[in-house]
Design a protein around this ligand. Structure first.
Ligand code: 5GP
Ligand code: MN
Length: 329
């Protein structure tokens, strides 16, 4: 573990109440970690709340006590533990609409994004961790907390989400050891995998069909891209979270170095997901547009129409491939 574990432990121990905050468009890692932090805080005798600015996607409804998640902080600012957010702005509406609340709180930043600028008063940022939930699991002995099935399920959700159930190269022996402890404590690994990656409604398969039909390649097949438009969501009766997992389906393509998914959130607000082979750096692409992430998986948002977003991002992808080919890193 890197950074300041003792300062993070001291902040958590010293708090009267703890607000655990997720990143925007919450996934299993940020939600699993935030719910776990709240459970830990309560076991330490503190008041706790979990805050996510955006709605919980239906595929995470299985998470223990997910109904407790609030859209804004209600506790007085004390210690705010921000989990899995590569920067403070990634908390979305919390950073935008509750800046004063955040200023009055002691920020504890627990994350695994390499680009994290250490925005907290105490920071625990470990890019070697496959998931923020891995970091939280490794903190438990320091906090004197033992695992139970509820806590283990929350933490396992983060591992399953961020490693694609241990298939991505970010899974290390340590990740698997943590996972083994979680399963031993009662985390239903197979059911969590199914909830996150399968169990899709028929309507979502119809949406994916439209997205797959529109898939295109560039740079001789080294760049593969697809788009999800608002019209497709309306036509198939889905909400935006239905795209979750589609980028992994694109990733089964042989020979592609860059996979890009464009998601129209509003007519001029395009969320972009980028996945890369070791021949391209996903963060180098998304950081051109104010985004971030991990070397193999990153994201950004462009406030332009979808055609324009495609033109700008795909040109950047081709430049990044050329840079990688030239050994220019
Ligand atoms: P996804 O494509 O699954 O939304 O995100 C891939 C990875 O990039 C995740 O680790 C996510 O946290 C990170 N990421 C996605 N969008 C952004 C963004 O706009 N800013 C930053 N800093 N990271 C992002
Ligand atoms: Mn994560």
């Amino acid at each position: 573990m890197t950074d300041d574990l003792p300062a993070v432990i001291a902040a958590i121990r010293g708090a009267d109440h703890i607000t655990a905050i997720c990143h925007e468009s919450p996934d299993g890692d940020t939600l699993g970690a935030a719910l776990a932090v709240a459970i830990i805080a309560e076991r330490l005798g503190k008041q706790a709340e979990v805050v996510a600015g955006d709605p919980i996607p239906p595929f995470l409804a299985f998470l223990p006590r997910v109904d407790r998640v609030r859209s804004e902080p209600q506790l007085e600012p004390d210690v705010a533990v921000i989990v899995d957010a590569g920067d403070l702005a990634r908390t979305g509406s919390i950073a935008r609409e509750h800046a004063d609340w955040l200023k009055r709180a002691t920020l504890v930043n627990i994350d695994h994004h390499v680009s994290n600028p250490r925005f907290g008063a105490a920071n625990l940022v470990d890019p070697s961790a496959a998931a923020t939930c891995e970091i939280v699991a490794l903190m438990l002995p320091e906090l004197g907390i033992t695992l139970d099935a509820e806590l283990a399920t929350c933490l396992a959700a983060g591992l399953v989400q961020d490693t694609h159930t241990f298939a991505h190269p970010n899974s290390t022996p340590r990740t698997l050891r943590v996972a083994a402890d979680l399963v031993k404590a009662g985390a239903p690994l197979s059911a969590i995998n199914r909830a996150i990656y399968a169990d899709k409604p028929f309507a979502t398969l119809r949406l994916w069909g439209l997205m797959l039909a529109g898939i295109e390649e560039r740079a001789g097949g080294r760049v593969i891209h697809a788009s999800m438009t608002l019209a497709m969501l309306t036509e198939t009766g889905n909400d935006a979270s239905a795209s979750e997992g589609f980028v992994d389906l694109m990733g089964i393509t042989r020979g592609a170095d860059v996979i890009v998914l464009f998601k129209e959130a509003e007519p001029k607000r395009i969320r972009v997901s980028v996945r890369t082979s070791e021949r391209a750096d996903a963060v180098a692409i998304t950081s051109q547009f104010g985004g971030g992430g991990h070397p193999r998986a990153a994201g950004c948002t462009l406030d332009v129409e979808i055609d324009e977003a495609r033109a700008q991002v795909l040109a950047t992808c081709e430049r990044e491939l050329a840079r990688g080919d030239a050994g220019g890193r």
